[in-house]
Design a protein around this ligand. Structure first.
Ligand code: NAG
Ligand code: NAG
Ligand code: NAG
Ligand code: NAG
Length: 502
């Protein structure tokens, strides 16, 4: 899964594929899935700093493949990681990371916030892997072989895994029986954390849901806000920047009219395989779009560096190349190349740029794609006027057809709102939603408090779940404030639980 970036030596991640995917259906499957996974991977960079040892023990718990029917009695091993270094036994709280679409060790190592606060809270850390990701494969190598084996990849089954696992942990770890549990997660993991508290309020006393777009479904939010946020990030990072990107699409189209133009483009962008067909040009543009979106997700205030090193505030660096939106086509496109090179070639060792790399996929990529083709239908659109992307309408039918082709199943666009309540969630309690102002995923997030205990925090200078990353000397004040408030709420929930008031 994970590592985005597509130059030759690194596989692009799944998530990434997504958005553009939505926009550029012809791209085929990847296109379909939403992009956060990707972000996840990228952002992880901060953890690498080595501030924490990330010392944990790895365990496997035997789960039912199907929690919701009694015919299928098969089981599989779910991986989970535990760190009890700072745990106050007995009764100290458990911070439970609701694993999302990827290898759980990544989330573990890259959710520095949990490691930063474990001592203060006297907390045990548990990171539970999501089924169908990492090592937690319900049917081993056959898990992705056909729609039948994929049938148990749903958020509801994953939440049930978490609930069953916690019951096991609390009954088998001496001293944990009365430990209040708080769910934490980012991105899809943040959605799971929020939903976990909603569906299993007896199991978790509260949830920190970071950058969780629980409303990016049906028509709960406008489908174009996502791309407008990306556009604003560019607009605010340098004069001429978003206009340059906006003007680049027509320039590419003009260039693509002749075979000389295609050859020129392929050369300028150092593409691994030259553009030849109309489809190649569409995926080239999709790849560019996804690059801009990815930059918005990882627009962090310090150099982040995991597999794909990036400078601090990478969009500002990109925008240094995009000051002149109105030069000729060739000048503009050469500048665009320089700009994407910040993303794909910051270390100067990329031999060529591979626009189809998103189509390769690890299991993680596949998993998210499948989820996007079943439950996780997130409408996206752009108009080219209020955003810097090519205009694309949201076409559910085309999306569904693409899913059918890919997976033999069709998405159900209203299921998530049916099962988790959409905007009608005020009967729930003790969920803190945090969103970054720079993060396109904040479009579908809860940005205003819904009640005294459904609290929203906005971090204006934050990209995708910045608050879950380790403390960093360059963190803006707003994220320090968010983290402090999150700790305050967690302490409050723990206290409430101890008084039996939850
Ligand atoms: C996570 O951290 C552990 C311990 O520091 C390390 O062994 C492991 O390789 C790391 N995993 C990833 C995916 O970075
Ligand atoms: C990456 O950067 C190096 C150094 O500037 C350059 O020689 C190389 O051609 C670049 N690779 C690509 C794919 O543009
Ligand atoms: C580009 O990426 C695709 C998909 O991962 C891969 O099959 C292909 O070999 C790559 N091309 C080059 C030249 O690296
Ligand atoms: C959710 O709430 C809104 C506004 O309160 C209402 O219009 C809508 O019908 C509700 N939806 C459902 C499914 O209950």
């Amino acid at each position: 899964m994970e590592f985005p970036c597509s130059n030759t030596h690194r596989a692009i991640t799944m998530g990434i594929s997504s958005l553009p995917g939505c926009l550029f259906l012809s791209w085929s499957l990847l296109l379909i899935s939403p992009a956060w996974s990707f972000l996840i991977s990228r952002q992880f960079s901060s953890a690498q700093s080595g501030i924490h040892a990330f010392q944990y023990e790895t365990f496997y718990y035997t789960q039912q493949v199907d929690h919701f029917g009694f015919f299928e009695d098969l089981t599989f091993k779910q991986r989970y990681l535990v760190s009890d270094t700072h745990w106050k036994n007995p009764g100290g709280p458990i911070l439970f990371y609701t694993g999302n679409e990827g290898d759980i060790t990544l989330f573990c190592n890259n959710t520095g916030f949990m490691w930063d606060i474990a001592e203060e809270l006297g907390a045990m850390l548990v990171f539970a892997e999501h089924r169908y990701y990492g090592e937690s494969m319900p049917f081993g190598d056959l898990s992705f072989s056909d729609p039948k084996h994929l049938n148990y990849l749903t958020s509801e089954q994953a939440l049930a895994d978490f609930a069953v696992l916690l019951r096991y942990i609390k009954t088998t770890i001496s001293g944990a029986q009365d430990s209040p549990v708080i769910a934490l997660g980012g991105s899809y993991g943040g959605m799971l954390a929020a939903w976990f508290r909603m569906k299993y309020p007896d199991v978790v006393v509260g949830a920190i849901a970071s950058s969780a777009p629980i409303w990016q479904f049906e028509d709960l939010v406008p489908c174009n806000t996502y791309y407008q946020i990306v556009t604003n990030d560019f607009k605010n990072s340098g004069p001429g920047c978003s206009e340059s990107v906006r003007n680049s699409w027509a320039a590419i189209n003009r260039m693509a009219e002749t075979s000389d133009g295609l050859q020129w483009l392929s050369g300028v962008f150092h593409l691994c395989s030259p553009l030849k067909t109309k489809e190649d040009v569409i995926s080239f543009k999709g790849w560019l779009s996804e690059t801009w979106v990815s930059l918005a997700m990882v627009d962090y205030p310090y150099a982040a560096n995991f597999l794909e090193p990036l400078p601090a505030w990478p969009i500002q660096v990109v925008c240094k190349f995009l000051k002149n939106p109105n030069g000729g086509d060739k000048e503009l496109l050469q500048n665009i190349y320089q700009a994407v090179n910040v993303y794909y070639n910051y270390t100067s060792d990329a031999e060529c740029l591979n626009t189809s790399q998103t189509a390769s996929g690890s299991l993680g990529d596949q998993g998210w794609n499948y989820q996007a083709c079943t439950e996780m239908v997130m409408p996206f659109c752009s108009d080219g006027v209020t955003d810097m992307f090519e205009a694309q309408t949201w076409d559910f039918q085309a999306y569904s057809d693409e899913c059918y082709k890919q997976w033999g199943v069709r998405p159900r666009s209203s299921w998530i709102t049916t099962v988790y309540g959409g905007k009608n969630i005020t009967s729930h309690s003790n969920i803190l939603f945090s969103n970054g102002g720079l993060d396109p995923w904040s479009a579908g997030g809860v940005k205003e408090s819904l009640s005294e205990s459904l609290v929203a925090i906005v971090i204006p200078e934050g990209a995708h779940h910045l608050d879950l990353r380790s403390n960093n000397a360059n963190d803006p004040k707003s994220v320090l404030g968010a983290r402090a408030l999150e700790v305050e709420y967690m302490k409050k929930w723990i206290k409430q639980a101890r008084r039996g008031k939850i």
